[in-house]
Design a binder for this molecule. Structure first.
Ligand SMILES: *Cc1c(COP(=O)(O)O)cnc(C)c1O
Length: 360
């Protein structure tokens, strides 16, 4: 049976990226040696590294005065690396979910943290809009897509101070006006590759701007030196996830880039949200205007709660994988990342309709 993968991350990847990764493990770049067995100083690898940076720049239209590099440690490492590098006295955070809260917690090790607004009062089902960004903070941190709760900040906000965004789960899902941000970071494993690599996009004047004495690996400047061939190569880079990311971004480019991705993502999300709103068995959890295009969260409609396990089994029999909601929300979550095909969304919608008919 065909499986429809709705996992929240790690998650579905483009088939062609997986296939070329398998081939590269056997034989990297015609060298007769596998990707996992080469030196990261071989010319073929240096080319992949340079191309990967270039793909990021092209797809996101990243200006020249921004650095792009890749490190290990996941987005969770950035939660402390951001304040280590950028927090002098005070930072401001928008608390839109558990990831945002965790990010703010790490910042407290380095200085004052002001939570400008939080939607914790309603289990993070909305994005707070009524807040003031303190002019005296060193930066304002946002989480653009709240993977667990299915809410998303759909626009690049205007921010009078340095804007830092965790874009782990919506990077490359839409065009982004990078100039509005001082820094963008995230783990690759939601929309651009497998686990094991973290992307950092940072305005060059912020590199090495810290007055704090930083450990070499923590200092962003280490990872983007003058000499291009040493970028993201201070230590051994995670070659496998970077390779898969390279192939994933090639696929995004071949399909036409981020405008095309955005259109496809809007279509897929609309298809599923329309069904949730129409279907008497289910209700969405996030407020409509803040609904995420990437993670669609829904629960059984009032009075139908007892049917939840039955729907899980019903959907599983029809090939649906990974639709269980995060334990803090319950119900269901379908993640519709770039590589999730429209047929999978159509299959889930058909499954929801069939289930409703069965219980009419
Ligand atoms: C998954 C996720 C994280 C955590 O990423 P790791 O790479 O596992 O540390 C952080 N922020 C958001 C928005 C996420 O979705």
């Amino acid at each position: 049976m065909k499986k429809h993968n709705f996992n929240a991350g790690p998650c579905v990847l483009p088939r062609q990226a997986v296939e070329s990764a398998i081939e590269a493990i056997r034989d990297f770049d015609g060298t007769g040696i596998g990707l996992l067995e080469i030196s990261h100083r071989t010319p073929g690898w240096e080319r992949i590294m340079a191309e990967t940076e270039q793909l990021w720049r092209e797809l996101l239209n990243i200006p020249e005065d921004y650095a792009v590099f890749f490190v290990g440690g996941g987005a969770s490492t950035q939660f402390f690396q951001v304040p280590a590098n950028l927090l002098k006295n005070k930072a401001a955070y928008l608390q839109t979910g558990v990831w945002a809260k965790k990010a703010a917690k790490e910042a407290k090790y380095y200085g004052d943290v002001e939570i400008v607004a939080s939607s914790e009062d309603k289990n993070y089902t909305y994005i707070p809009k009524d807040y003031t960004i303190p002019a005296d903070a060193d930066y304002f941190h946002i989480t653009t897509n709240n993977t667990i709760y299915g809410t998303e900040i759909h626009e690049d906000i205007d921010c009078p101070i340095t804007l830092v965004a965790d874009m782990s789960s919506d990077i490359m899902s839409r065009p982004v006006d990078v100039k509005k941000y001082g820094m963008i970071y995230g783990g690759a494993q939601k929309n651009v590759g497998p686990a094991g690599v973290t992307f950092v996009i940072i305005r060059k004047d912020l590199l090495g701007s810290s007055e704090r004495k930083l450990q070499t690996m923590v200092d962003y400047a280490t990872h983007y030196p003058e000499e291009a061939r040493n970028r993201s190569m201070f230590n051994t880079p995670p070659v496998f996830p970077i390779f898969v990311m390279h192939e994933t971004l090639k696929w995004v480019k071949e399909l036409g880039g981020l405008e095309v991705m955005y259109k496809m993502n809007k279509e897929k999300a609309e298809l599923l949200y329309n069904e949730i709103d129409r279907n008497s068995m289910f209700v969405g959890t996030a407020v409509k205007e803040d609904r995420s295009l990437m993670n669609v969260c829904f629960v059984m409609a009032p009075g139908k709660e007892a049917l939840q396990d039955e729907f899980f089994a019903f959907a599983k029999e029809r090939g649906m994988v990974g639709i269980k909601g995060h334990r803090s929300v319950g119900g269901f979550r379908a993640s519709l990342y770039n590589a999730c095909p429209k047929e999978s969304v159509e299959a889930l919608v058909a499954c929801m309709q069939e289930f409703e008919n069965l219980h009419k």
